[in-house]
Design a protein around this ligand. Structure first.
Ligand SMILES: Cc1cc2nc3c(=O)[nH]c(=O)nc-3n(C[C@H](O)[C@H](O)[C@H](O)COP(=O)(O)OP(=O)(O)OC[C@H]3O[C@@H](n4cnc5c(N)ncnc54)[C@H](O)[C@@H]3O)c2cc1C
Length: 389
């Protein structure tokens, strides 16, 4: 996005990427439908960035969700608003959008140089590790948009932290965001790995979200978990564990649950009874067993069982590795930047995208902030170039 703004403004742009092709994480985001942005009103939208909202506001107001939709449309990708308010291209994938975008950038004169890893500076020159050895490059302005540290095999591995820190730039530690957690399952329950838990209400602290979770060998991941991952991560970091509460049948009142659980069980096994009375899946019943080791499930009376079903306590002890997270929290702190996303300490060097110190839930907020900061930093770089011309 920064390259596009710069090229349109008349700059000669070269994009260096350490990977053999462009936009690999963007393509991966397309595997889940490519949630480009969200349709909610701008004030609600901005609250999703928490403490970083003030630093992102101007950029997002300049390139708001409607502008992202118009941008996609101009690239031949009509968008639609899904039932949750999320915005997707009709194609539900990234490849046609990326192809059209790269063609347009090529037409605007943007040059791509692949397999070049930025390693820092040698004086004023940018240094790269390239297939034939080290390369040094002069540039009138530099845009760093090197991503976070999740899914490193797609390109962004967070190795940029070192050269930036060495240059005296403050970088908040990179942490997993929209990530899964370890729950220390017993071997018995770990056999449900890969199975989803659907239509849940998940709560932590004063936050309650509706969504799904996926059982993993180590613990839990998935949309509902990601939505609470920021506070869960921070509490685990501070105190070593956090207890997530899961309601398996959030639309049933305690009375309704208890009434159904009070029906005569006859000769049915507990599992059969729960499956018939509440349509609980084997993984859900497994989870109830998993958390009720202190008192076996079969010993609980209907009222206690009803309470447990809608308040399953799951003790989480660690975040899943950052390499598996959807996004990255932490990054170059906003205090290091002027209002045009230029590093105060290195005039002419701009920073955009996920490598900045913000985080947001899934829902299109991630790409939206990357697009918006890319465009804003691009404008900043144009202004800088014209000032120094
Ligand atoms: C599985 C998955 C699904 C996702 N789905 C969505 C979604 O639906 N909606 C949404 O909003 N967000 C989604 N995201 C998040 C979104 O893809 C990212 O937030 C976004 O791509 C970040 O953009 P960026 O340009 O800042 O960084 P990136 O897209 O990571 O791009 C950074 C680029 O810099 C290159 N690079 C890194 N280090 C160097 C270096 N030292 N030298 C040279 N090049 C380097 C990398 O190769 C890469 O091409 C998803 C993420 C994942 C992992």
């Amino acid at each position: 996005m920064a390259a596009e703004v710069l090229a349109r403004g008349g700059a000669a742009v070269t994009v260096y990427d350490r990977m053999p092709s462009a936009g690999r994480k963007f393509l991966m985001a397309g595997r889940g439908g490519l949630n480009l942005t969200h349709s909610e009103d701008i004030d609600a939208f901005l609250t999703r960035y928490g403490e970083a909202a003030p630093a992102l506001r101007a950029a997002i107001e300049t390139l708001p969700p409607d502008a992202v939709r118009a941008w996609a449309q101009a690239l031949g990708q009509e968008t639609f608003v899904g039932s949750s308010g999320r915005v997707f291209p009709r194609a539900m994938k990234a490849s046609p959008l990326l192809r059209a975008w790269l063609r347009r950038l090529d037409g605007a004169g943007v040059r791509f140089v692949f397999r070049h890893r930025w390693t820092g500076w040698d004086g004023e020159r940018l240094t790269f590790e390239a297939p034939d050895g080290a390369v040094a490059v002069d540039a009138d302005a530099t845009m760093l948009a090197l991503g976070g540290a999740s899914w490193p095999r797609l390109g962004s591995d967070g190795a940029w932290v070192e050269p930036l820190t060495q240059a005296g730039v403050t970088v908040a530690p990179l942490k997993p965001a929209n990530c899964g957690f370890a729950a220390g399952w017993s071997g018995h329950f770990a056999r449900f790995a890969g199975q989803p838990l659907k239509r849940l209400a998940l709560s932590f602290g004063d936050q309650v979200v509706r969504g799904e979770a996926l059982i993993t060998e180590a613990g839990l991941e998935g949309g509902g978990i990601y939505a609470l991952s920021g506070p869960l991560r921070d509490v685990i970091a501070a105190s070593g564990e956090a207890t997530l509460t899961i309601a398996l049948r959030p639309d049933m009142t305690p009375e309704e649950l208890e009434r159904r659980l009070s029906a005569p069980r006859g000769k049915q096994s507990l599992a059969t009874f729960l499956r018939k009375a509440l349509k609980l899946a084997p993984a859900e019943i497994g989870l109830l067993h998993e958390v009720s080791f202190a008192q076996p499930l079969a010993k609980l009376d209907p009222a206690a069982l009803a309470r447990l079903i809608n308040a399953v306590p799951v003790r989480l002890t660690a975040t899943a590795p950052i390499a598996r997270a959807i996004s990255t929290a932490g990054g170059v702190t906003f205090g290091e930047l002027d209002t045009h996303f230029m590093l105060r300490q290195r005039p002419g060097v701009f920073v955009a995208g996920e490598m900045l110190d913000w985080e947001a839930p899934t829902g299109g907020y991630l790409l939206q902030a990357c697009f918006a900061t890319g465009a804003a930093a691009g404008q900043g770089a144009l202004a800088w170039l014209s000032r120094s011309a």
